[in-house]
Design a protein around this ligand. Structure first.
Ligand code: UDX
Length: 448
């Protein structure tokens, strides 16, 4: 099939690359000239495991092209996916300007029947605004053209985007047109078995995306809330998690407590749902609490550090301390630092006069864009421990889990580790030559 994908962020690139790998002819479009130039040269500006190879292979066999020319893309495709950003506006609503500008161009340049498929996360009812904009553009041209709008939210996670796309739990296809539903169903049938494809209305599809992200964010805030109580009561949250997860109705996944969720989706989608509620005179009470708990997790982590260093002394702040920080990305396997709790914590510590040495396997460049020379960076996770009063673990990278504790021991000046992601079991840390402070679990004082 002939496909265009508007927007070359995580979702757009993964969508374009994966469809091109299934023998579709795909054109990826973006208004960012620099980004497209870099892509044409065979490089990608984001880190997503496996993506680069698929892009290069399919550029090579001519299934995948990149352009800034939306007119060319619209003319040369039957199905047009929209995968542009929908960030939070200043009033916490969703900024839909990129979508509206893309669909205006579609209406301006289309010459025959098109299926417009929206993948971006949008408030319920956006599909009808998209329809109207395209219709108005066609009317302005004094012609008659048929088109359909499909709402097809994307559920991929950064860091496992390719696998999530080719092996999804479900594909949601929302449309009032049976013809469009059939075409998009056929397209996905090359990737996923038909019984994983669910058809519904546009509005239900738009809501499904918000509801799914809200449920996942709520799950994280729930487990963080319980873990904070575990901290106070001296209970190990990891035991509780294991016990809860064995209940089939609950399940073991997405129950990791820590310093809170970040990223480009959960924070903005929760804000947006609360705002949609407000606009409709309905209070999203649960989601307000989800947001508040999440915001507080970074404070709880910092309070643990304050408590540790004030223990037995009269010192009231952290000024003059030097901390080695492992992790800047909002989670593992990505270089994305948007709304990253690690970045929030580093900012707070800098305010307290702490000197930061930071290491992240992939997100150093993006961290530099935020902090510049205010913090120090290293390509090696061990060397930054040399003059550090503590090691802080803020992102759940596998390479931190597999760290060599003999090397940590011989490098870390002051023997304390604050682990915001519960990377190691208490059993493993017991007897190690470090004090170990984690989340929802009793501190281990091996050195005091
Ligand atoms: C999320 C949704 O999972 C995905 O379906 C949707 O399409 C986009 O938003 P993503 O933002 O890439 O994906 O990351 P995800 O893996 O969901 O993690 C989000 C945040 O939650 C990260 O900061 C992560 O560290 C945190 N998290 C995740 C926890 O704190 N605990 C967990 O158990 C799981």
């Amino acid at each position: 099939m002939k496909i265009s994908v508007i927007g070359t962020g995580y979702v757009g690139l993964v969508t374009g690359a994966c469809f091109s790998s299934k023998s579709n002819s795909v054109i990826c479009v973006d208004i960012d000239k620099e980004k497209i130039q870099v892509l044409k040269e065979g490089n990608i500006s984001i880190y997503e495991p496996g993506l680069n190879k698929i892009i290069l292979d399919n550029m090579h066999n001519d299934n995948l092209k990149f352009t800034t020319d939306i007119k060319f893309a619209v003319k040369n495709s039957d199905i047009i996916f929209i995968a542009v950003g929908t960030p939070s506006a200043n009033d916490n609503s969703t900024d839909l300007s990129s979508i509206f500008s893309a669909v205006k161009d579609i209406g301006k340049y289309m010459e025959d029947y098109k299926i417009i498929v929206n993948k971006s996360t949008v408030p319920v009812g956006t599909f009808s605004k998209i329809k109207k904009i395209i219709k108005d553009e066609i009317t302005l041209r004094n012609i008659k053209l048929d088109f359909d709008v499909v709402s097809n939210p994307e559920f991929l996670r950064e860091g496992s985007g390719i696998n999530d796309f080719i092996n999804p739990d479900r594909v949601i296809i929302g449309s009032s047109s049976d013809k469009a539903k059939c075409v998009i169903k056929d397209l996905y049938s090359n990737i996923v078995s038909r019984n994983r494809i669910i058809c519904m209305s546009n509005a239900a599809a738009e809501m499904t995306k918000y509801a799914s992200n809200a449920m996942l964010a709520a799950r994280i805030s729930f487990v963080n809330d319980i873990s904070n109580l575990c901290d106070i009561l001296g209970v190990n949250i990891e035991d509780v998690k294991l016990g809860m997860g064995r209940d089939k109705r609950i399940g073991p996944l997405f129950l990791n407590c820590g310093i809170g969720y970040g990223g480009s989706c959960f924070p903005k989608d929760i804000k947006s749902l609360i705002e949609i509620g407000n606009k409709n005179n309905y209070q999203m009470i649960l989601l307000k609490a989800v947001e508040e708990i999440n915001k507080n997790q970074t404070n709880i982590f910092i309070k643990k550090i304050l408590k540790y260093f004030n223990f037995g002394t009269f010192s009231k702040n952290l000024a003059g301390k030097t901390f080695a920080v492992w992790g800047a990305a909002f989670k593992n396997d990505t270089d994305d630092i948007r709304e990253s709790p690690a970045i929030i914590i580093i900012k707070e510590l800098l305010k307290s006069g702490v000197k930061i040495f930071c290491y992240d396997p992939k997100a150093m460049k993006k961290a530099y864009n935020v902090f510049g020379n205010k913090i120090c960076y290293s390509k090696d996770k061990y060397s930054i421990l040399k003059n550090a009063d503590a090691l802080l673990i803020l992102t759940e990278w596998d390479e931190f889990k597999e760290a060599d504790f003999n090397i940590i021991n011989s490098n870390l000046k002051d023997k304390v580790i604050f682990d915001g992601r519960n990377m190691y079991s208490l059993k493993y840390m017991l007897g190690k030559p470090f004090d170990y402070i984690s989340m929802g679990r009793q501190p281990i004082y091996n050195c005091r």
